[in-house]
Design a protein around this ligand. Structure first.
Ligand code: AMP
Length: 414
C-alpha cells in the first residue's frame, strides 16, 4: 500500500538489498585509512553557518545557493554540513590538535547536504568518505592522499577511472593569474553566459566549468594557471607528479581543472569515471594551505579529499546483494520451536549466519523461506532430539547428530 508520505526530494532510503554494497565500500575505505594511519573523526551534521561561509567561501555555489540553513530556537544560524573539511579544521583548532605531532591524519564517513537540483548521481543528502592530512606542506602528503583514493577505487574494482591533476599555485601566484584571467574574460565579455559574466570578479575560475558553448569557446583561448606556475609552486607540483610516477599512478594534467570550493591552493585532483554521465566525478580534493588560518588558527598547510559513496556504487553498478546464510533452523515438530531459537543463538555465537522461523510457518513454508533468504543448509529439528541436515543446493537430506552440528555446518575453526 502506497503511503501518502515519500522521502523528501533529492533524498533516498537505503534499503537492505543496497545496504550490503554500501557497507562494503565503507569497510574497504576504513581499512585503507587504518592501514595508512588516518584516524577516524566524526563531527556534527550541523555547524554554525559562519563556518561554511568563511571556510567554503561566500562566492561558491555551495554557499550562495546550496546550503540547508535555518535558525534554531536560540536564534542562531545553523547549516547542515555541505562538506567535511571546514568542520574538521574547526575540530582540529578547537581540540588543540595543532599541538600534536604534525601532520594530523584524519578520515571520515557520513552524510552531507546540498540543496542541488537532483539528478542521477546528485542528491540533496549524499554520503562521503574522506581523508585529511593537516599540518604539512610536503608534496609527499599530496601524493599519499591521491594514492589512498586511487587504492580505494582500485580495490573496489571501480571501472574506467581516470585521474585528473592540476595546480592552483599559491595565493599570491593565483592572485596575479586571476587578474590576467579576468582581463581575458572582460575582453570577451559579449560571448560569455550571463552567469559567468556576472561572476567575472567574484569567481572567474568557474568559467572553466561552464556548460555554455560561447563561454567554452572563450575559455579554450584563456591562459591557464598551470602554465603560469613558477618557483616553489612549480617545484611542488613537479614533485607531486614525480611521486605519482614512482608509485605507478597514471594521471592526466588538466590545466582547466577547478573545484567548487574556494579554499584550494596548489594541488587539486579529480577522479572521474566516464560511465557515470554528467556527474562523472567519483571523488576529488586538493591542498588547502590557507583554510585553517582563514578560520582563525595559525597558518597550517593541509591536503585532503572526499569521495561520494553513491557515485562509487553507481560506477560499480552493484546489483542487489543478499548476505547469504550458513543455515536455516527449521522445525518438523512444533514442540522444538523454543529449542530452535536457543540453538540458533548458540550457532551465531560460534560465528555462523543462522536464521530461524519467526512466523509460525509449516515445515514446507520454512524450507521455502530458507531458500528465499539464501540459506546453504537447513537444519530440521524433529521430535525427541532427532536432527536432519538438508543441503539446499543438492536437495540431499540425511540424519545427523546434534552434538556435531557446529562441525557439520563449518563453524568455529573453519
Ligand atoms: P566535493 O565535496 O564537492 O569536492 O565533492 C566530492 C565528491 O562528493 C564528489 O566527487 C562526488 O562524488 C560527491 N558529491 C558531491 N556532491 C554530491 C551530490 N550532491 N550528490 C552525490 N554526490 C555528491
Amino acid at each position: 500500500m502506497a503511503s501518502k508520505y515519500q522521502a523528501p526530494r533529492g533524498t533516498f532510503d537505503v534499503l537492505p538489498g543496497n545496504a550490503h554494497a554500501r557497507a562494503r565500500v565503507e569497510r574497504a575505505a576504513a581499512e585503507i585509512f587504518s592501514r595508512a594511519g588516518y584516524e577516524p573523526i566524526a563531527t556534527p551534521v550541523f555547524e554554525d553557518t559562519d563556518l561554511f561561509e568563511r571556510g567554503v567561501g561566500r562566492s561558491t555555489d555551495i554557499v550562495r545557493k546550496e546550503m540547508f540553513t535555518f535558525e534554531d530556537k536560540g536564534g542562531r544560524s545553523i547549516t547542515l554540513r555541505p562538506e567535511g573539511t571546514a568542520p574538521i579544521c574547526r575540530a582540529y583548532l578547537e581540540h588543540g590538535m595543532h599541538k600534536l605531532a604534525q601532520p594530523v591524519k584524519l578520515s571520515y564517513a557520513g552524510p552531507f547536504f546540498r540543496h542541488e537540483r537532483p539528478q542521477a548521481g546528485r542528491y540533496r543528502q549524499f554520503h562521503q568518505i574522506g581523508a585529511e592530512a593537516i599540518g604539512t606542506d610536503s608534496p609527499f602528503a599530496d601524493a599519499e592522499a591521491i594514492m589512498l583514493l586511487a587504492d580505494l577505487l582500485a580495490e573496489l574494482g571501480v571501472p574506467g577511472v581516470e585521474l585528473r591533476l592540476g595546480s592552483l599555485g599559491s595565493p599570491v601566484a593565483r592572485r596575479a593569474y586571476l587578474e590576467e584571467l579576468k582581463a581575458h574574460l572582460r575582453a570577451n565579455e559579449g560571448e560569455l553566459s550571463k552567469d559567468v559574466r556576472e561572476r567575472i570578479d567574484l569567481n572567474p575560475l568557474r568559467a572553466f566549468d561552464s556548460d555554455d558553448e560561447g563561454t567554452q569557446a572563450v575559455m579554450a583561448g584563456a591562459p591557464t594557471i598551470v602554465e603560469r606556475l613558477d618557483g616553489e609552486d612549480a617545484e611542488h607540483f613537479a614533485e607531486v607528479r614525480a611521486l605519482l610516477d614512482t608509485a605507478g599512478i597514471a594521471y592526466e594534467i588538466d590545466p582547466t581543472l577547478v573545484r567548487g570550493l574556494d579554499y584550494y591552493t596548489r594541488t587539486i585532483f579529480s577522479f572521474v569515471c566516464e560511465g557515470l554521465g554528467a556527474q562523472s566525478e567519483v571523488g576529488g580534493g586538493g591542498r588547502y594551505d590557507g583554510l585553517i588560518e582563514q578560520l582563525g588558527g595559525p597558518a597550517t598547510p593541509a591536503v585532503g579529499w572526499a569521495a561520494g559513496i553513491e557515485r562509487i556504487l553507481l560506477a560499480l553498478e552493484e546489483d542487489e546483494e543478499t548476505a547469504g546464510r550458513d543455515a536455516f533452523l527449521a522445525v518438523a515438530d512444533e514442540g522444538q520451536r523454543r529449542r530452535a531459537l536457543a540453538l540458533a543463538s548458540e550457532l551465531r555465537h560460534a560465528g555462523l549466519a543462522v536464521e530461524v522461523d519467526l512466523a509460525g510457518r509449516s515445515l514446507k513454508g520454512q524450507l521455502k523461506h530458507a531458500d528465499r533468504v539464501g540459506a546453504r543448509r537447513v537444519v530440521i529439528l524433529e521430535s525427541e532430539g532427532g536432527v536432519q541436515l538438508r543441503d539446499m543446493e543438492s536437495g540431499e537430506q540425511r540424519p545427523t547428530d546434534a552434538a556435531h552440528l557446529l562441525e557439520e555446518l563449518g563453524g568455529a575453526g573453519r
